[in-house]
Design a protein around this ligand. Sequence first.
Ligand SMILES: [Zn+2]
Length: 312
Amino acid sequence: MNVYLCVTIDSECDKGAEWKTQKPLAFAGVREGIVKRLQPLFNRYQAKPTYLLSPEVIAEAEKGDLFAGLSGSYEFGAHLHGEFIGPNPFVPDVTLDFQCNYSADIEREKLRNLTSLFRDVFGNRPTSFRAGRFGIGAHSIDLLSELGYMVESSVTPWVDWSEKGARDLNHVGAPTQPYHPDPRWPARPGKSSLLEVPITIRPRVAQRLPFIGKIIEPRWLRPTWGTVDGLRDVMRDEIWDARTRYGAHRPVILNCMFHNVEVIPNASPYAATEDEASKILARLEGVLAFAEREGIKCIGLSDVLSVLSPLH
Ligand SMILES: [Zn+2]
């Protein structure tokens, strides 16, 4: 069908209500969430997820057996929650930092430290990246390219974060299919060699209206909320839109995101109970089942490069 699905999972230490970090740091969202719940589900559908690892997860993996028992096909990429990596690291009550608010020097140091920690622990460089809180800025794309990243996935089309504490973080108007970004304005197409793979987010009808459009939540391809029917509609809508814009020959990329900590109880704001966690997993399974039925292959974020390579 020439459509591909990426499932990209921000992977972090255990949190809780209002995203409060559990102290001391805990990793049931990795040991149970990734190893025992998510990866076996992906394996049943021969799907290749991408786990984007926050610094504290990589540091924990350095100590030993965090990912013991993980088998099948998957990609590890990097995810920056800047509080957890030097310069000046600390364990935050809530991860609030947007990397676009750091000076270029601090952002460079944090990305460099995250990348070398990843390489020390896993033996290879990460090639895919997502910023914590989707907070890439005017320096991020060039810094990531310098460090060898090839795919970036922080752009959230139709979402304006500028009133959440990051003045220029507005992704309204960004393409919903992969593109080469403008390094100064990552939500716009430009000349970077890095490939931006935006998260699949579709507007609601009223989104296009002035004023009202700003306060309406668009539809995310995210199993955290909603129904399997709703998620299927988002996928169909994006496929239709991409076909209309680019024609039938260009492969369509869908990018579904959520967090590892959502699939176990009490580690995120979204699942306080086992029942709520299993509903999120069931919606994810609905996405994978739809993809299987429609002949949509689930690939890693960095695999998007080779799928789109004739376009480069
Ligand atoms: Zn995150």
